[in-house]
Design a protein around this ligand. Structure first.
Ligand code: SF4
Length: 383
């Protein structure tokens, strides 16, 4: 299992609950159905229109219509979150898969998603749940928390699709999860409004914010149908202001999104605005969905991107989706001792003191939470 790439691992081991998707079908226990769930973060406009300000698209949604994400509907001047409580993917994952390298290392999370997305990435590796109309199975927040406990997880990750667009479901679940001391993490494209970040902040412990193509605005327009990348930077700064643990990824797409200059600019922004200890993951692209004409990112390109990001001054730069690569490991920025040796999503050697210092030189490594090998078996379905 541990030799699988993130992409393959997701495909093989995540169970998608959908009668329409054609994916591996599972039966979940049934729960009482909720009536339509009113959305958060919208305001009324004349003629029963509403403005949604959950994500940076800030759609104006006419009466009877859906927002861009296809899962928020205006009915008679009220906006409803159609995917509330409708889980389409649920699995137990290692935290390293999010990826989060410096947050509760060794822990397991219950990963959960609903259908839909506010991006249209032509390379999406979860397109069958993010871009197709998909229902999902009723799984209310208290049952998500129960499943987290029953599967020996330490937290919940809102992931696979974009958690911003199932915000209310994530919010209610995260609030309950905190009551029983589970942590919450988002894996997000970052295209959230500052209001959305501010609202979820009391319950959000960590976020993986995913850039694509070196944050090149033209790449975002052309391949993700996103008009501007600026809101992502604003959301990151808001997360920092709220002291949410943030790790940043960048998908390096060959030919179209692999400019080393862009990556250098992104790494420089991270250093200057988020801090040199911010974890930066450079992810290997694999041909997927509508971009199967490209090859996987050459390893050499990823290595160059990592080196440039380190030269800029970032202390913790990792390569992702290349199992066994030495850049998966954590090295001491001062004496270069190997501190955490990884293979894909597994930690194979832990070499830090209890207070997160390098045993060779005493340098303090910024890691949130203790090393907590969970004992949970993953990945597996919750049923
Ligand atoms: S979440 Fe974003 S895409 Fe969906 S309706 Fe709101 S503003 Fe539009």
């Amino acid at each position: 299992m541990h030799k699988a790439s993130k992409r393959k691992y997701l495909k093989d081991e995540t169970f998608h609950y959908s009668s329409q998707s054609g994916n591996k079908a599972m039966t979940l226990p049934s729960f009482p159905k909720e009536p339509l769930h009113e959305a958060m973060l919208y305001s009324p406009l004349p003629d029963k229109q509403v403005r949604c300000f959950l994500c940076a698209r800030t759609c104006i949604v006419p009466d009877g219509s859906l927002g861009f994400c296809q899962v928020r509907k205006n009915e008679n001047g009220k906006l409803y979150a159609l995917s509330y409580g409708k889980a389409c993917s649920v699995a137990v994952d290692p935290i390293t898969k999010k990826p989060l390298a410096h947050f509760h290392p060794g822990s397991s999370v219950l990963s959960i998603a609903t259908g839909g997305c506010n991006f249209r990435c032509q390379f999406c590796d979860n397109w069958m749940i993010s871009q197709e109309k998909i229902g999902g199975t009723d799984l209310p927040p208290n049952e998500v928390v129960r499943a987290t406990r029953d599967n020996n997880c330490q937290g919940i990750s809102y992931t696979y699709t974009e958690p911003t667009i199932f915000f209310e479901y994530a919010y209610d679940t995260a609030k309950l999860a905190h009551q029983v001391s589970f942590f919450n993490t988002f894996v997000t494209n970052g295209y959230m409004t500052r209001e959305a970040v501010h609202t979820i902040a009391p319950y959000l412990d960590a976020a993986t914010v995913d850039f694509k193509g070196g944050a090149d605005p033209e790449f975002y327009k052309k391949f993700s149908a996103v008009p501007s990348v600026e809101p992502i930077y604003a959301a990151l700064l808001e997360m920092k202001r709220h002291e949410i643990h943030v790790e940043i990824t960048n998908l390096v797409v060959p030919k179209t999104g692999d400019s080393l200059e862009r990556i250098k600019d992104l790494a420089t922004w991270i250093r200057d605005k988020m801090g040199k200890d911010t974890v930066f993951h450079l992810l290997r692209f694999h041909p997927e969905y509508k971009m199967t004409d490209l090859t996987s990112t050459p390893i050499q390109t990823l290595e160059k991107a990592c080196s440039i990001s380190r030269e800029v001054g970032l202390n913790y730069v990792y390569v992702g989706n290349v199992p066994g690569h030495p850049f998966e490991n954590t090295y001491c920025p001062k004496c270069h001792e190997v501190l955490i040796k990884r293979y894909s999503f597994e930690i194979v050697r832990w070499n830090l003191t209890k207070d997160m210092r390098c045993p060779a030189c005493g340098y303090n490594i910024p890691i949130k939470g203790q090393f907590e090998p969970t004992g949970a078996s993953h990945p597996h379905s919750i049923v």
